[in-house]
Design a protein around this ligand. Structure first.
Ligand SMILES: Nc1nc2c(ncn2[C@@H]2O[C@H](COP(=O)(O)OP(=O)(O)OP(=O)(O)O)[C@@H](O)[C@H]2O)c(=O)[nH]1
Ligand SMILES: [Mg+2]
Ligand SMILES: [Zn+2]
Length: 336
């Protein structure tokens, strides 16, 4: 290993004038040209579990990456011991460019944004129809994050055995966003997995939502038996889940080209990183109504064309209320 501060032969080579210009004779090969490509499956306190070919390799970040963090779904370049044997540790020397980034902040005014998942194609926004109660505001926020991060949204409504989906379908059924409704019975007879699976082929899909909505239960129904994770209970008094899942994990889908990423439940989905002008994208039913708006309309001012749009029956007033609420509260937290 090369030591810094010590005068070595290599230093001499570098400082010696080179007849062919100033290019140093060493390091002509691109850095880490021999590194292997891998995918990050999960991250646990600085230890990254990566898939390299068909081996599961534990790795840590090389110092040269600085503050850049690799997250689940990242494509990375690894060097060192790539055998995947017990107690070996490879080094991640590069994070490849991401095709999509699902970001969230703890609160809307939190400057620290975290990347939940990289390179996912689709965001499955999971909402229970009851236990816990659906929260359209969280759905709207996830939609904003999906559009902003380059992921296609998919709505998954679980627990239809406990409550009908009618009210949510009134809000989201006509938006051209694919949706699936599942129930306990369909989880047991395989129908739920089949219908969700139809939406997953060829894609990396991240599952997000409140704690206790059934993300892990659904993911377990999709992946092979030996990959199943622990699921939790919903507290009967508070109606809240117990944050059973504590880390994001990518799992391959059997018999098809695709991955699912189970993530821990969230209370809120802060959008401090999203430009307000991009929020409207997550409201496709209102977007065309903004054509009559004054320039740089905040959509919450007297001349906003959306009031008329809704009054004429082009969209549900509840959706305009949601948009305005989201724009207004983006400045602070929306707790649950
Ligand atoms: N009645 C009913 N219960 C369900 C259904 N799907 C999941 N559950 C139950 O909901 C509870 C929570 O499920 P989980 O899969 O652990 O929820 P989660 O979204 O992964 O929760 P976190 O990991 O905490 O974010 C479990 O007791 C499941 O059995 C459903 O379709 N119907
Ligand atoms: Mg879970
Ligand atoms: Zn407007």
């Amino acid at each position: 290993m090369r030591r810094y501060g010590k005068h070595t032969d290599e230093d001499d080579i570098r400082s010696r004038p080179n007849r062919k210009g100033n290019r140093p004779r060493t390091h002509i090969r691109p850095k880490h040209a021999d590194a292997a490509e891998g995918m990050v499956l999960t991250v646990d306190r600085g230890r990254l579990t990566c898939l390299v070919e068909d081996r599961v390799v534990m790795a840590m970040k090389a110092r040269e990456l600085g503050r850049k963090a690799a997250v689940v779904g990242d494509q990375v370049a690894l060097v060192g011991d790539l055998s995947g044997k017990k107690d070996t540790l490879a080094r991640i020397v590069r994070i490849e460019e991401r095709t999509s980034v699902l970001r969230r902040t703890a609160d809307d005014d939190d400057p620290f944004e975290r990347v939940v998942v990289a390179n996912a194609d689709q965001l499955a926004i999971v909402t229970a129809l009851a236990d816990p109660e659906p929260r359209p505001r969280l759905i709207d926020r996830c939609l904003v994050a999906a559009f902003d991060g380059g992921l296609e949204p998919l709505l998954v409504m679980t627990k239809s055995d406990l409550a009908p989906p009618d009210k949510l379908l009134e809000l989201y059924g006509d938006l051209d966003i694919p949706y699936v409704v599942t129930s306990r019975e369909e989880l047991e007879n395989g129908g739920a997995a089949d219908r969700v699976r139809e939406q997953l082929d060829g894609k990396v899909t991240a599952f997000v939502g409140h704690s206790g909505v059934g993300k892990t239960t659904l993911v377990n129904a999709l992946v092979s038996v030996e990959r199943r994770r622990l699921t939790g209970h919903v507290n009967a008094v508070t109606g809240r889940g117990r944050h059973t899942t504590t880390s994001a994990l990518a799992l391959p889908l059997p018999d098809m080209d695709g991955w699912v990423v189970d993530t821990p439940g969230v209370r809120s989905f802060g959008l401090a990183h999203v430009d307000p002008s991009r929020v409207i994208q997550a409201f496709p039913d209102l977007e065309s109504g903004t054509e009559g708006c004054p320039r740089a309309c905040s959509h919450d001012e007297p001349d906003c064309a959306l009031d008329e749009w809704v009054a004429e029956g082009h969209a549900d007033p509840a959706r305009l209320y949601s948009l305005r609420r989201l724009l207004a509260t983006r400045e602070r937290t929306e707790g649950d």
